[in-house]
Design a protein around this ligand. Structure first.
Ligand code: NAD
Length: 351
């Protein structure tokens, strides 16, 4: 296996990992270890080029630095990607080879599931490295993080509503949900239980049919979700969906969802702010999943207690960011980045 360092001025360490005998090519990026070992998932995607994969791993690992800091976790930011189609190219040998590269970093990077990876894949990685979390079995196994991610998003929606209207009550509030996968589905459950009305969309028509049957929800075609009349838009599918084309279409007063990297560019945060749309920053709203994984990384005995305490603190962080952003008349996304950067600086000075 060849592990080659990639030079970077923005990241602490980046490695290109290749094992041609098993068809493995991927990257590991450690953005920051200032708060602790860099933690973040492993993503497998059919990237069209090495450059695309490298750009993604760099962007995602920086995002993890902010997410872990916002969640109050003693973890830095890292991420890993493997180039390939998980449906066709995933097999134990390349995963084991990649795990050996992770092991070689001696704990500076800790992995878990991301797109294209399952707890079963983490179990394969764990055969070769001590630094794989998100396992289904074992003393501290934390399993599927998405119900906790969804709980955090549900809290973010309530906090955003309270910021706008003084009440966290969601009874009768309409939420447009994009994506009915692991996170979106659990979010729909929490919202329905709280009395919210749903409008949903998904590229997978089976998921839409299931949602109609399960939640009695309305459904709209994919492109119509942006212009749907609702109180809240909850993106729970892919990144980059808040952009120059979609933002002018929005008819909701709040955007709060679980997808990573919802803003296509930093300017899109300002565009939402200028339109008076309250945006709950994604890396704060969706921090529940990494909180759940952190309970495993840190070998916490009382996982439920740990998760509940951290989710509560995350909710308070979101409320503080929204309040401070309003006072400073800046976008919540801008305030959230400033808040976590200050946290990281403070921790570095104290160390
Ligand atoms: P998932 O793959 O289970 O679900 C995604 C769903 O979105 C699928 O049902 C898919 O068909 C649908 N979808 C894809 N493209 C779409 C489009 N253009 N329009 C409408 N629907 C579309 O993924 P997930 O685990 O639910 O994660 C959803 C998002 O949340 C991702 O951006 C992920 O990175 C982020 N996230 C997930 C977690 C977690 O705990 N799973 C944690 C943090 C962030």
């Amino acid at each position: 296996m060849t592990v080659t360092a990639v030079a970077s001025s923005s990241h602490e360490e980046i490695y290109r990992v290749e094992e041609t005998s098993v068809g493995l090519l991927g990257f590991i990026a450690i953005h920051s270890t200032r708060l602790g070992p860099a933690a973040g998932g492993l993503r497998m995607r059919p990237y069209t080029s090495e450059d695309e994969a490298l750009t993604d791993v760099m962007r995602l690992s920086e995002g993890m630095t902010y997410k872990n800091a916002a969640a109050g976790l003693p973890l830095g930011g890292g991420k890993a990607v493997i180039i390939g189609d998980p449906a066709k190219d995933k097999s134990p040998e390349p995963l084991r080879a990649f795990a050996r590269a992770i092991e070689g970093l001696e704990g500076r990077y800790i992995t878990a599931e991301d797109m294209g990876m399952s707890p079963a894949d983490m179990a394969v990685l764990a055969e070769e490295t001590r630094f794989a979390a998100g396992l289904a079995d074992g003393a501290f196994a934390s399993g599927d993080p998405s119900p906790i991610t969804a709980r955090g998003i549900f809290n973010a929606i309530r906090t955003a509503r309270a910021h706008k209207h003084g009440s966290r009550d969601l009874d009768g509030v309409t939420v447009a949900v994009q994506g009915l996968g692991h996170v979106g589905w659990h979010l729909c459950k929490f919202l329905t239980k709280a009395g919210a009305k749903l409008i949903v969309t998904d590229i997978d028509e089976t998921r839409v049919k299931m949602a109609i049957a399960e939640f009695g929800t309305k459904a709209v075609p994919l492109a119509d979700i942006y212009s749907t009349e609702a109180d809240v838009f909850a993106p729970c599918a892919i990144g980059g969906i808040l952009n120059a084309q979609t933002i002018p279409q929005l008819k909701t007063e709040i955007v709060a969802g679980g997808a990573n990297n919802q803003l296509a560019t930093a300017a899109d945060a300002a565009a939402l702010h200028d339109r008076g749309i309250l945006y709950a920053p994604d890396f704060v709203a969706n921090g529940g999943g990494i909180i759940n994984v952190a309970s495993e990384i840190r070998r916490i005995k009382d996982r439920e207690g740990f998760v509940a305490e951290k989710l509560q603190a995350l909710d308070e962080t979101m409320a503080a960011i929204l309040t401070q952003a309003k006072a400073a008349d800046v976008s919540p996304a801008q305030m959230a980045i400033a808040t976590v950067k200050a946290k990281i600086e403070q921790a570095s000075r104290a160390a």
